[in-house]
Design a protein around this ligand. Structure first.
Ligand SMILES: Nc1nc2c(ncn2[C@@H]2O[C@H](COP(=O)(O)OP(=O)(O)OP(=O)(O)O)[C@@H](O)[C@H]2O)c(=O)[nH]1
Ligand SMILES: [Mg+2]
Ligand SMILES: [Zn+2]
Length: 310
């Protein structure tokens, strides 16, 4: 008999499969050929995938995954090993949440913009959470608030928290409720700390940021999904240098900047690159301050293909 399950974790050839019948966590392996293997990926199944499975060994609670169900969406990253292949990070997400920190470690605005562009390209709503607000002075908090206003104006929910010190995280919990959320960000920004805070029973490993390098030490090594309340799922992930792909053609990049997307018919030239062309509607708004300079610089560095990972 075939059952339906949800992939909670993948550690190579074994998967944690959560039974949709009774919630039991089973160990599963892939059986047979899968049509999704046609997608050039190093891992055919990923966290968030819905699958069909059959019991393999009843006493050891192992199962054989027989089918991977169609995905609503997914995030892929370039595989660090095989360049022609991509690595599936997660599937069937309602939103991707970037945990960013202005200090210890520092998340650059360029990185935030790349994250937002990647999420746009995967058509997954993005949310920004500034963590470690307790480490900021008045001036730092003011700057963080300005950044939040900038991103909110572009349509991204942005909240400021201290996962360690805030008495409650109600605003964030409301945002997560009844959704599947990928939690992403550099190593050391406090992703696992946040997940622990939202679900204290989990006791995930966390580690101090290196004072010497001002970087996290990559404590989390596998993406794993947790159901923190009924129908509320969050995925803790290893620290990243970059969210996505993204094999975005240069002429498409501006489509993933909401403040540019709405202007694209206003440029004089169809194929305007928004760098130096006369009659460019984007440049006009950069000049009069209606498009933030940091966003425009983020656009330029993506356009030049510059490695803007930090
Ligand atoms: N001051 C302060 N420290 C925090 C806060 N949140 C997390 N930290 C600390 O930041 C360090 C890194 O936290 P982790 O939760 O391990 O970070 P992570 O994002 O999961 O890192 P990786 O698993 O390596 O990707 C730990 O020492 C936490 O105690 C916060 O709100 N304020
Ligand atoms: Mg972690
Ligand atoms: Zn233009």
């Amino acid at each position: 008999m075939e059952f339906r399950g949800l992939i909670m974790r993948s550690t190579g050839s074994w998967y944690d499969v959560r039974s949709e019948t009774n919630g039991e966590l089973l160990k599963g392996r892939l059986r047979g050929k899968h049509k999704l293997l046609q997608l050039k990926v190093t891992n055919p199944v990923t966290v968030g995938d819905y699958v069909h499975y059959v019991m393999e060994n009843i006493s050891e609670r192992t199962v054989a995954i027989t089918e991977i169900l169609d995905r609503d969406n997914y995030i892929v990253r370039k595989s660090p090993h095989k360049t022609a292949h991509a690595h599936l990070l997660a599937a069937n997400l309602d939103q991707a949440l970037l945990v960013a920190t202005l200090v210890f470690p520092r998340t650059s605005l360029g990185f935030i913009d790349r994250f937002l562009v990647s999420a746009e390209s995967f058509r997954i709503p993005a949310v920004i959470v500034f963590n470690k607000s307790d480490l900021l002075n008045q001036e730092g908090l003011g700057y963080q608030t300005e950044l939040c206003q900038l991103y909110e104006k572009l349509g991204y929910t942005c909240i400021q928290i201290s996962a360690e010190h805030d008495p409650d995280l109600n605003a964030l919990e409301n945002l997560l409720s009844n959704r599947k959320t990928l939690i992403s960000g550099h190593s050391g920004v406090g992703k696992s700390t946040l997940v622990n805070r939202l679900s204290p029973g989990l006791r995930l490993r966390t580690s101090e940021v290196s004072k010497f390098a001002n970087k996290g030490v990559h404590t989390t090594t596998f993406a794993e999904m947790f159901e923190i309340r009924q129908n509320t799922f969050i995925i803790d992930t290893p620290g990243i240098k970059e969210l996505g792909l993204a094999d975005i053609a240069p002429e498409e990049i501006s489509h993933y900047f909401p403040e540019m997307r709405e202007l694209l018919n206003n440029c004089r030239y169809h194929n305007c690159s928004h760098t130096s062309e006369p009659g460019c509607a984007v440049l006009a708004k950069v000049e009069n301050g209606q498009i933030a300079l940091s966003r425009y610089q983020g656009y330029l560095s993506m356009l030049s293909g510059q490695d803007n990972r930090r």
